[in-house]
Write a protein of this length. Structure first.
Length: 484
């Protein structure tokens, strides 16, 4: 069986809090036109949350870079939105008080632990159609992976009851073992069947269990380790002895997400117990053995080695992960500040540190500084940090080995046509895997059902015609430019 060339994508919801407590809706309309050129999406989904979805990426490395690019894109859009909102306020009343952003955070949990405000942090993987996460032999290992991977890739939160930093932000808000839902119901394993590709050949594992990661090392391991397990399951590997089920998931999720020592055992579906660290080591060792029998992408073989090294480090001392895992780095920052200036109100001080770590900032016109986590990453503190040049490229240009490549060319050429011919945007309707564009009085449909293809059949000629002016811009349309 030929190896599936997987594609990846990440979605992050950012928490936005303003002084007026009103969400700046100018963000969405602005992002549609200015920030589509890398083919990522920026939009408002549920509540006061700004969401960014990366383009379709051909590798883990690419997804990590485009996820970081999304932070800059989201921040730029928020700055623009706040400027527009304040211009409207001053236009209506020159004496009105200007609004400002108080918090703009990349995190999975609300800093006050209000569970209903947990953000969506999703990692996505193209898989073969037959890999159905509703089947016990698939859902069980994926559930154990999700619950235990937090010891490496958890965003971390301060647990006021234990008075300690614990690995997982998201764990307390998880409500169910399996579900198709993502908002009010938050499952360990998501069952949404929306492949965004040929539904007869592909499935998308839409993984909604996860924390926001600022450390590039953590994001890489999150994607890479989960991808290795998916490859094993696609090949028919029996991982049933490393599984959770409806009866065992809740206790396992609670223990693994809240144990700072990484030593408390959890109970598996078969009744046996295992430490989360040992579960991760077992997955990694089986992945290593699998890679010797089956061809895996080189980057995943390297990630397996790093996965094993991280387990050895964590076994000796979890603090050895401080340049890798956000939750350990966050604890290091807190311990350093506490040593310099002991606090009277430790709980609130720790929450402040937690919030400061995840602030994306700075936002124009406010005093909000760049968050500690981003400050550390920008200075190369974390392992596997991408170059500034790679991030800058990802802000402005799409990936080159997926459907994002041709989509990016199309968006760029109609953006240039709009600059040459001001007025309404060129009428187009863009989704994951298809493009509708108005040519004259006719709407033309172009699609590509394989995300690893870089072309949309027939679209190249249309792009060339728009570029050289042989296809004129339509004068009017009832369907302006929009995403799906």
């Amino acid at each position: 069986m030929l190896r599936l060339d997987r594609v990846y994508g990440l979605e992050n919801e950012y928490q936005v809090t303003t002084r007026s407590k009103q969400y700046p809706h100018e963000v969405e309309s602005y992002s549609r036109f200015r920030h589509a050129l890398n083919t990522g999406r920026l939009y408002t989904d549920v509540g006061p949350l700004l969401e960014y979805a990366t383009p379709v990426c051909a590798s883990v490395e690419e997804a990590v870079v485009y996820d970081i690019a999304g932070e800059y894109i989201a921040l730029d859009a928020l700055n623009f939105a706040m400027q527009r909102e304040n211009e409207k306020r001053r236009s209506a009343d020159p004496q009105s008080e200007l609004d400002e952003v108080l918090h703009f955070s990349k995190r999975a949990n609300d800093v006050r632990d209000r569970l209903h405000l947990a953000c969506g942090i999703h990692d996505n993987y193209l898989t073969r159609r037959w890999l159905n996460p509703a089947l016990p032999q698939v859902s069980g290992p994926l559930a154990l992976q999700n619950v235990t991977r937090n010891i490496y890739v958890g965003g971390g939160r301060y647990d006021s009851k234990q008075r300690a930093w614990v690995p997982s932000q998201k764990a307390p808000s998880i409500t169910d073992f399996m579900s198709i839902h993502t908002t009010h119901i938050k499952p360990v394993v998501n069952l949404r069947d929306e492949p965004l590709a040929d539904p007869e050949r592909y499935r998308r594992f839409h993984n909604t269990y996860g924390d926001a990661t600022i450390s590039p090392w953590a994001t890489r391991l999150k994607l890479g380790a989960t991808s290795v397990i998916l490859y094993m399951l696609e090949a028919g590997e029996d991982l049933s002895d490393l599984s959770l089920d409806e009866k065992s998931w809740y206790e396992a999720n609670t223990i693994a997400g809240s144990d700072p020592t990484l030593k408390r055992p959890i109970r598996l579906a078969n009744g046996k117990t295992i430490r989360p660290l040992d579960a991760q080591m077992e997955f990694a060792m089986r992945g290593k053995a699998f890679s010797k029998r089956h061809p895996l992408p080189l980057e995943l073989i390297r990630i397996i080695d790093v996965w094993l090294e991280a387990g050895a480090d964590a076994e000796q001392d979890p603090q050895k992960l401080e340049r890798k895992s956000d939750w350990v780095a966050k604890r290091k920052v807190a311990d350093s500040k506490r040593a310099k200036d002991p606090w009277k109100d430790e709980v609130n001080q720790m929450r402040t540190i937690d919030l400061e770590y995840t602030n994306v900032g700075p936002v124009h016109g406010t005093d909000m500084a760049t968050g500690t986590g981003f400050f550390l990453r920008d200075r190369g503190y974390f392992d596997w940090s991408p170059s500034k040049e790679a991030i800058e490229h990802a802000i402005h240009f799409p990936p080159e080995r997926t459907t994002a490549h041709m989509l990016g060319k199309f968006l760029r050429v109609i953006a240039e046509a709009d600059r040459r011919l001001p007025g309404k945007p060129w009428p187009a309707w863009v989704g994951w895997g298809y493009i509708d564009v108005k040519i004259g009085e006719t709407w033309r449909h172009f699609s590509q059902s394989n995300p690893r293809k870089t072309n949309y059949p027939g679209l190249e000629e249309v792009i060339a015609g728009i570029e050289d002016g042989s296809i004129p811009k339509p004068k009017y349309s009832e369907r302006p430019f929009s995403w799906e």
